[in-house]
Design a protein around this ligand. Structure first.
Ligand code: 5GP
Ligand code: ZN
Length: 113
């Protein structure tokens, strides 16, 4: 999608601090970190949110989660981390390209679930 911020970040058209990349997945540091470690993991191909995952693109979502595990090891998140994907307005999604937040580096506080 030509006007999608995260498509542009994945393509290198907008700078970011990359922490992991392969042919399908790109991961970079959040510009407004909510924890000492705050990384966004995205598929290079545009998927709007978790709500748009289906049989045709589920493998890409799985690759994102595989990357989460690799990043956790690479970043030495040995004491734990939280993975969040906001989907739609009630969840507060602000960028409509599927992304998984990795939050770590401090106790995460109150749990929603
Ligand atoms: P959401 O609110 O959709 O779950 O998450 C979007 C995230 O993208 C937010 O945490 C926000 O700080 C981050 N973000 C928005 N614009 C940029 C940007 O230009 N660069 C980076 N690195 N992160 C961004
Ligand atoms: Zn996109």
């Amino acid at each position: 999608m030509s006007d999608c911020l995260f498509c542009k970040i994945a393509a290198g058209e907008i700078p970011s601090t990359a922490v992991y990349e392969d042919e399908d997945v790109f991961a970079f540091r959040d510009i407004n970190p909510q924890a000492p470690t705050h990384i966004l993991v995205i598929p290079r191909e545009h998927i709007g949110s978790v709500a748009e995952i289906g049989a045709d693109n589920a493998a890409l979502a799985a690759k994102c989660l595989e990357a989460v595990a690799k990043i956790a090891e690479q970043e030495h998140l040995d004491s734990g981390f939280r993975v969040i994907s906001n989907c739609g307005p009630d969840a507060g999604q602000t960028v409509f390209h599927l992304h998984f937040h990795i939050l770590a580096g401090k106790p995460m506080g109150e749990k929603l679930v």
